[in-house]
Design a protein around this ligand. Structure first.
Ligand SMILES: Nc1ncnc2c1ncn2[C@@H]1O[C@H](COP(=O)(O)OP(=O)(O)OP(=O)(O)O)[C@@H](O)[C@H]1O
Ligand SMILES: [Mg+2]
Length: 235
């Protein structure tokens, strides 16, 4: 029996005729934050989409608390307790903040149960509760996108590049909120900003050219300049 919430073993994923993932393995222990790192186009988003069943793998295995996800539909995977916050914060611009959260419910009463926690993490959303999503700033929309994944009781959250395109002060808010939510949930994060990744994550997996090439404790990676330079191109 595994103690990992998520165990991705040597998956291969095609998009059309393109062989995008060619052996990606990711272990996500219960609690805390694991980050997927890698250059643009390395395959980070495709890894999250493969876990979610949106681009299902043709080979390899994906286990959620020991149960296989391969071959299941995205809505089934969502119902099993996997929350997905895609890149570019897709929220409903015409719906109010409240309505965006209401439709994220999986069961009646989810939102009532979780609203205090959501407002504690993102106080702005309380103030903006009845405004249309489209009136929110980029940072507030990202907070709403993350909040939606917190409405149902998820055991794993997949969050793709939450800091992308946000002002530094907003990124600090988001870091604090993701830290707090990770105390209650397990997070698999994609984050290009190495500083943000190292502030948040306990563990890392580096993906390069469709393969996972390194994994370990984030505190070891911070000291491994060679590895960081080789795969991430940052000092
Ligand atoms: N729909 C598609 N059709 C063809 N190729 C695709 C498609 N989607 C992604 N790819 C390719 O798959 C590879 C991995 O893409 P992916 O989006 O997973 O990378 P990423 O690591 O998330 O990059 P980024 O940091 O830019 O978000 C890239 O080479 C990309 O061009
Ligand atoms: Mg991506």
């Amino acid at each position: 029996m595994t103690t990992n919430v998520l165990e991705v073993q040597a998956i291969h994923t095609f998009i059309g005729q393109f062989h995008i993932l060619e052996g990606v393995s990711v272990s996500v222990p219960k609690g805390g934050i694991t980050v997927l790192l890698g250059r643009n186009g390395a395959g980070k988003t495709t890894t999250l989409r493969s876990i979610m069943g949106l681009t299902p793998p043709s080979q390899g295995s994906i286990l959620l608390d020991g149960e296989s996800l391969v071959g299941r539909r995205p809505y089934t995977i969502a119902q099993m307790g996997v929350g997905y916050v895609p890149e570019h914060r897709a929220i409903f611009r015409e719906l109010s903040v409240r309505e965006n959260l209401v439709i994220a419910q999986r069961q009646r009463g989810d939102l009532e149960r979780r609203l205090d926690f959501i407002f504690e993490l993102f106080p702005d959303l309380k103030r903006l509760y009845h405004l249309p999503g489209g009136n929110l700033s980029g940072g507030q929309q990202q907070m709403l996108a993350v909040a939606r994944a917190l409405v149902p009781d998820n055991r794993l959250l997949l969050i793709d590049e939450p800091s992308e395109g946000l002002a530094p002060v907003i990124i600090e808010h988001l870091i604090a909120a993701i830290r707090k939510l990770a105390a209650q949930a397990t997070v698999l994060l994609v984050e290009q900003n190495f500083r943000v990744a190292s502030l948040l994550a306990d563990r890392y997996v580096i993906i390069d050219d469709g393969q996972s090439v390194a994994t370990g404790a984030m505190q070891d990676l911070r000291q491994d300049e060679q590895l960081v330079q080789k795969y991430l191109g940052v000092a």
